[in-house]
Design a protein around this ligand. Structure first.
Ligand code: HEM
Length: 501
């Protein structure tokens, strides 16, 4: 027999033996553990089926196994809890089901800073979490006021170009305005550099990095992602301590993060800058697509747009401000809260487009108690996962779930918070911002920003879609937050009140 044939046979025997070994040593379901789906490819498990269409895949397993089941996905075991009436049991078990272990590992790898272990950086994680209070309650007023000023500054420049109908790509439009206004609000300004040019340069790099973000999260080596490593380094360098020291009007939240990072001599300058970059990603990575979808659905639905605009016009009139004028408008945080139709329209677009998976790492083998004296055995090191789109698209909770209904979250002129599953009122019915200990600390600021963006836009601009197509969701960042559209779309806009002939 020729040597090459013998080598081929040996390789095949070895491959088959490895496959059989892995097959035989696959996980076996233990007593009281949820139904288990290993898939037939060892290690990979059902990763491909999940990636293709997670919602369809999970619902098919729910039909087969019920509301709790475990799936092998790329070497990890995920126990999915599908029934939203049971979510509270996961949320309450913060100690045994830890969020930070997962997020810390993922964030440090993606944004290139050392893991925040308690032994090396005592109290840092805790200190950072405490700072997030500055983005909530009364403290949010200052941040929101500053955002309104910056938004109108950026918008004014845009509007000055729109005396007659002007056509632009809608995603691009939202991205440039929200990136610049959010960046100025959080990170202030560099008194020397030409602000607009630096921010445009940063935005372009950010967009490139963001496109590769889903790959970094699932651990694809950065060396395989073209120039992503260089772009990430360039982005991090924008935030080096000497550059941060030179900036003026830093927001309180960034100043507090800067101060706390300065206390840790074990952090290199580059590491501190990487933390600031990570926060930049958190603050705009989801807000930009969320703003886009809120705007897209309103412009697509003229009835919704008219109703929301009416609500804003009415507020401005009642506070003695003129809509349709070139003057800046001022809307306080409380007034933003009172815009229930606008809030509902934003919630509705978040319902349709958010797909962040809530993941917890099981800290020890234990029996998790669920409703009606049910218990489920969980193994240390496994993931427990909630997948909000299954709730957001559940026809029992949201009638006609695929349809955009801008006033779905309004009842008797107030915010609607009563949604039911199995005749039980749900505590948690909308989860774009995560849950429990991992709930987004920037959620109030984020919703305010989107409201402010839409208020300024609707007060000053007439708009219409300029392309005959409907957008779908691009699933490449499923599990990670707000999904992007599968393409951009052209729209026309001009100053409201310009000749309406
Ligand atoms: C529509 C916009 C936003 C959405 C949908 C969103 C969503 C989320 C979600 C789902 C998480 C939890 C991640 C997880 O469970 O793994 C999170 C975390 C976080 N978000 Fe947001 N977010 C938004 C806007 C913002 C803004 C504007 C800021 C800050 C200004 C912000 C700051 C953060 C931070 C710092 C964390 C990490 C918290 C931690 O480490 O515990 N987010 N966000």
């Amino acid at each position: 027999m020729p040597d090459s044939l013998q080598m081929l046979i040996n390789a095949l025997v070895l491959l088959t033996a490895t496959f059989l070994f892995l097959w035989a040593s696959r996980r076996k379901r233990r007593e009281r553990e949820p139904p288990l789906e290993n898939g037939w490819i060892p290690y990979i498990g059902l990763a491909n089926q999940f990636r293709k269409d997670p919602l369809k895949f999970l619902i098919s397993l729910q039909e087969k196994h019920g509301d709790v089941f475990t799936v092998c996905i790329a070497g990890r075991y995920f126990t999915f809890i599908m029934d939203p009436t049971q979510f509270q049991y996961v949320i309450r078990n913060g100690k045994k089901l830890d969020f930070h272990e997962f997020s810390n590992e993922m964030a440090s790898r993606t944004f290139n800073y050392p893991r925040l272990t308690e032994s090396k950086f005592p109290q840092l994680q805790d200190g950072m979490s405490k700072i997030y209070k500055i983005m909530q309650g009364k403290s949010l007023d200052k941040l929101s006021d500053s955002m309104m000023i910056n938004l109108q500054r950026v918008f004014k420049w845009k509007f000055s170009q729109a005396t007659d109908w002007r056509t632009e790509n809608m995603y691009q439009f939202c991205c440039s305005i929200m990136f610049e206004a959010s960046f100025m609000t959080l990170y202030g300004r560099d008194p020397v550099a030409d602000g607009r040019n630096v921010i445009s340069e940063m935005r372009e790099k950010f967009t490139k990095f963001d496109a590769k973000f889903p790959y970094l999260v699932v651990n694809v080596p950065i060396a395989l992602l073209g120039d992503t490593k260089t772009i990430r380094e360039q982005l991090i360098h924008f935030f080096m301590p000497n550059k941060m020291d030179a900036r003026r009007d830093l927001s309180d939240v960034i100043q507090a993060r800067k101060d706390i990072l300065e206390n840790y001599d074990v952090l290199q300058d580059y590491d501190k800058a990487a933390h600031h970059f990570a926060f930049l990603w958190a603050s705009v990575g989801n807000t930009i697509p969320a703003t886009f979808w809120a705007m897209y659905y309103l412009v697509r639905n003229p009835e919704a747009l008219a109703a929301v605009r009416d609500e804003i016009d009415h507020l401005l009139q009642s506070t003695g401000q003129k809509s349709r004028s070139d003057c800046d408008i001022h809307i306080t945080r409380e007034q933003l809260d009172s815009l229930v139709l606008l809030g509902s329209a934003i919630n509705e677009s978040l319902r349709l487009c958010s797909a962040s998976m809530n993941i917890r790492v099981v800290q020890e083998d234990f029996q998790m108690e669920l409703e009606d004296d049910q218990t489920v055995s969980l193994r240390k090191g496994d993931f427990v996962a909630l997948y909000p789109p299954a709730l957001h698209k559940d026809p029992e909770v949201f009638e006609d779930p695929e349809t955009y209904k801008f006033d779905r979250f309004v009842e008797d002129g107030k915010e609607k918070t009563t949604f039911f599953k199995k005749d039980r009122r749900l505590k948690t019915f909308l989860m774009p911002f995560g849950s429990g200990s991992s709930k987004c600390p920037g959620r109030f600021f984020a919703v305010n920003e989107i409201k402010q963006f839409l208020a300024v836009l609707l007060v000053h601009m007439d708009m219409e879609i300029a392309e005959n197509k409907f957008l779908s969701l691009d699933n490449s960042r499923v599990g990670l937050g707000i999904l992007l559209p599968d393409s951009d779309i052209k729209f026309r806009f001009r100053h409201r009140g310009s000749d309406s002939s």
